[in-house]
Ligand binder design. Structure first.
Ligand SMILES: CC(C)(COP(=O)(O)OP(=O)(O)OC[C@H]1O[C@@H](n2cnc3c(N)ncnc32)[C@H](O)[C@@H]1OP(=O)(O)O)[C@@H](O)C(=O)NCCC(=O)NCCS
Length: 219
């Protein structure tokens, strides 16, 4: 998975993947640990896995692997010269870090490649996205909605550091072919603050590997 993501990133950015179970809270700096000191063991592990992966990625870019505190809204506070994004599933953790002089922002999301429950489709998808479902065999529709969800989460993480505001799933449209194969998508926000920070036709990618769906937005 790591080499697939690295190939998508190109220069000036690094991808590091690790097992969420390998996260070791003892490796957190005191500043980082403060964010999860009251959390259950699994949450501490996933948080630690993300910090460890992020530090590896920083070092790959030739930067020191520094502390990465969490803001009160949970977003990581990246060093001034870096942008980045973290995602974890029960099993897999991904950190993407890029040099700020070359990239505006990064967003990544990982989800198990499985059906998204039917009762959530109307919440996640806009009417135009639901229409595209008609082009898919019925048995594939719920997994396509998982890809739409995953793309929206990555776009949200991409835009959040610039707008510092919560977006609703209906605030962004994902234009993506009706396919379960690896593909590209375009994220189009409808809210004014997000539109002002987002270049027209902001592209992202969906990659499927090891029963996981990974969405990536980097620009
Ligand atoms: C943050 C969020 C997008 C994903 O969180 P999640 O379901 O726990 O899934 P992930 O593991 O993929 O991502 C969590 C990581 O994202 C990062 N993160 C959290 N809030 C963030 C934010 N506002 N902006 C950017 N990154 C953020 C953190 O690194 C976090 O991991 P950590 O707490 O261990 O450091 C989601 O929980 C959330 O806040 N959603 C509300 C907004 C939304 O989804 N809108 C619809 C999309 S348009």
């Amino acid at each position: 998975m790591e080499s697939t993501l690295q190939a998508l990133l190109g220069h000036h950015a690094a991808a590091v993947c690790c097992s969420t179970a390998d996260g070791d809270p003892a490796m957190l700096t005191p500043e980082e640990y403060a964010a999860v000191s009251g959390a259950i063991a699994h949450r501490q592990k996933e948080f630690a896995a993300g910090r460890s992966a992020a530090r590896h990625a920083m070092r790959r870019l030739g930067r020191p692997g520094v502390t990465l505190p969490a803001d009160p809204d949970r977003s990581p506070r990246w060093p001034p010269d870096l942008v980045g994004s973290i995602s974890h599933s029960k099993t897999t953790c991904i950190a993407i870090v890029a040099l700020r002089e070359h990239r505006q922002s990064v967003g990544v999301d990982v989800e198990p490649d499985r059906d998204l429950p039917r009762d959530l489709w109307d919440l996640i998808c806009r009417p135009d996205e639901l229409q595209r479902l008609a082009d898919l065999p019925e048995a594939e529709r719920a997994r396509w909605v998982t890809r739409v969800f995953c793309a929206k989460e990555a776009y949200y993480k991409w835009v959040y550091p610039q707008i510092r505001a919560l977006l609703d799933f209906q605030d962004v449209a994902i234009e993506m072919a009706p396919t379960l194969d690896d593909t590209r998508f375009v994220a189009r926000p409808f809210r004014q603050d997000a539109r002002e920070s987002t270049p027209p036709g902001l592209a992202g990618t969906i990659t499927t590997t090891q029963d996981m769906v990974v969405s990536l937005v980097i620009h």
